[in-house]
Design a protein around this ligand. Structure first.
Ligand code: SF4
Length: 366
């Protein structure tokens, strides 16, 4: 019987020419993520899913390791078509190895024998058709790190765009200028995990801080719609000073970028830190506000964080969108995405009207 690695080795095609180049007659360099791996012939990059075969970079193609219909609030995007359905797909593998990963079954499939998520053959046009049939307004690449499987995501996004859908990435943000240029024509939304503001912590996870910061700046400058998430973990990234620097950085890129600070619960190999309390989330949110961020949200503790699940007008304080977990309980934005009380324009990708919520819970495609 074939191993997972052997199966995946067959599910490949050559990388986009924009995403790699020869270094010399033995090695090529991949630009799909911030590692920019130099890869010798016969070897794979850090992500283990992109490999050099005779001077050609081979990359994942033609399968899905997960398909699910999610409320857009789950991604989370809070400033994009609230109540809408995001048709979500994933492949396998990641360029980091976070010990607390909540998607480790797919992200660590090639590193951890306990992570088993069988790939199923898939077709971009069929995925876009199914997304429309399910009532989705967007197709989102998620569950594994989408940057490392960007060719396949773009193939699906081209079909999705032709069908009138929006498209998005749920990413760790370890990008490069080249991969963002490659994605820009086909990708609308980008959620980035900003996991810490300490490079030593990023190195523990297998990355570096600088490429993530560069990616956030570039995404905003290139007019992707960006929301940022920080999973708050006691003893890892919850120091006041670190949070002030992290949120100060985001506010410096734009105070209009929504920042979600979310609660940790023990997962995968990280089970020691205590679960994040609502008080910790509220303290972090206050630091974010003091840094100048205008839209700060607390996640994973529904009903316990006051109005930190809601969108309020940053000018007059009027409650614009009320939420409980993924459920949109009230929606009061005007058709052009402004506060009905004071007229302040609220940044986002809003629909001209709210037609109710498709679902407040994820479900398998019907
Ligand atoms: S996607 Fe990143 S980790 Fe994978 S080969 Fe390319 S540069 Fe290396």
């Amino acid at each position: 019987m074939s191993t997972l690695a052997e199966v995946l080795e067959r599910q490949t095609r050559e990388a986009a020419s924009e995403l790699y180049e020869p270094i010399d007659d033995k090695r090529i360099r991949c630009y799909a993520c911030g590692h920019e791996c130099p890869i010798p012939d016969g070897a794979a990059g850090v992500c283990r899913v992109r490999f050099n075969r005779g001077g050609r970079l081979m990359v994942p193609w033609g399968y899905a390791a997960g398909l699910q219909c999610d409320p857009i609030e789950k991604k989370p995007f809070f400033h994009v078509r609230p109540g809408g359905l995001a048709y979500s797909f994933g492949m396998l593998g990641c360029d980091l190895h976070c010990s607390y990963c909540q998607n480790w079954v797919t992200s660590q499939a090639l590193r951890d024998p306990r992570a088993v998520s069988p790939p199923l053959g898939a077709d971009p046009a069929a995925i876009a058709r199914d997304a429309v049939r399910q009532g989705a307004f967007a197709v989102v690449s998620t569950y594994n790190e989408p940057l490392i499987t960007s060719e396949w995501a773009v193939a699906i996004f081209k079909e999705a765009k032709a069908a009138g859908l929006m498209t998005g990435y749920v990413s760790n943000g370890n990008g490069t200028a080249r991969v963002l240029e490659y994605l820009r024509p086909w990708t609308d939304l980008f959620k980035v995990d900003l996991k810490s503001f300490d490079d030593r912590h990023y190195r523990q996870l297998g990355g570096r801080l600088q490429p993530i910061l560069d990616t956030i700046r570039r995404l905003h400058a290139m007019d992707f719609w960006v929301e940022i998430v920080t999973l708050l973990i006691a003893g890892f990234n919850d120091g006041d000073e670190e949070l002030a620097r992290l949120t100060g950085f985001v506010a410096g890129v734009s105070p209009d970028i929504p920042w979600h600070v979310t609660g940790f619960h023990g997962d995968y190999k990280m089970t020691d830190p205590p679960d994040t309390t609502p008080e910790m989330l509220e303290r972090a949110a206050e630091i974010g506000r003091r840094s100048g961020l205008r839209f700060v949200y607390a996640g994973n503790r529904p009903g316990s964080v006051g109005d930190l699940e809601d969108t309020r007008c940053p000018t007059c304080g009027y409650s614009l969108i009320e939420r409980f977990a993924y459920h949109v309980r009230a929606y009061r934005l005007t058709a052009d995405g402004a506060c009905p009380k004071c007229g302040t324009a609220i940044p986002g990708r809003w629909a001209s009207r709210f037609d109710g919520q498709v679902t407040a819970r994820p479900f398998r495609p019907r």
